[in-house]
Design a protein around this ligand. Sequence first.
Ligand code: AMP
Ligand code: MG
Length: 332
Amino acid sequence: MTTRPPPDDLAVARLTALEAARNAARLCVAVRAEMPSDPAAMEKAGREPVTIADYGAQAIILHTIVEHFPQDSVLAEEHSAEFDALADRTQQNRVIQHVGAVLGRSVTVDEVRRWLDHGRGVQSERVWAIDPIDGTKGFLRSDQFAVAVALIVSGQPVVSALACPMLPFHPDKPSGPVGLIALAVRSAGAMALPLADGPERPLRVSPVRSLDQCRAIESMEHSDHEFSTRLLAQAGVTRQPLRMDSQAKYAAVADARAEIYIRQSKEQGYAERVWDHAAGALIAEEAGGRVTDLDGKPLDFSTGERMTRNRGVLATAGPPHEALLAAVQALT
Ligand code: AMP
Ligand code: MG
């Protein structure tokens, strides 16, 4: 009898994350194409807007994860209870139609509910952190958004896929093909694939060292912009920061489109959510960058949904990192 080699778990996880992010991103693009002027966002009580694309994308991602890793734990932004409370029958039907179109078979509302909640509350060293649409506000503006899928093992992201459907694939061709998937495996590097099919290329951070040449990016909606301005000035970064929604900022650092991503919430004491950072942080690191919080501590992904042991985020190409941490110390 021949013994088969053990499955290469990380290789399967990588393909799972890629397929999940790509299919979810395709659903988002299809939904977006149907809502030119009336984006039909549903308001979660006191929270971010949510659309049928958020539910459809999360259902697709979890459908893929259930198939390959049914025992794993999941931390994901959307819940079936909210899907029932916020989406009326017509909206739920649109979700199942879009999910069915991507999966190539008919899908029921009950299946979508089960996928949305799959893995929640499961105790495991292996946790999938999922943001079906990171930057829903950007999505609604036809601006940047991302589909984020990361596998965290023992508190460390080890595989991640980040689909950025609105990001030009080539940094130097802003009017060229749009849609990039960043993919990373710990200790194996990061790469960019077109959202449509096509050849991949490695992701590598910018070599720029001089602070006055550095380009910074910050959140459009959630950052303390005044803090970033003071911090960058203190560190000697003279260029105006760019603003961008979603974890596409991490992809921008990984792909040498910017040297610095700085994030301090405009809400005092805000603890970041794990699915807003796990995928992007691994990609930036695997492209050769550095990622810490504003105190220079590694991001701690082991505290559940909220990153309660960190304050803000600093992701850089590497060279500017220490100067920015020193500027934080000087200012706070
Ligand atoms: P960004 O576009 O970089 O601001 O990232 C979008 C993410 O910010 C959303 O997915 C939210 O989870 C998260 N978010 C919501 N409110 C806040 C807040 N007050 N401070 C920081 N992040 C937030
Ligand atoms: Mg998010």
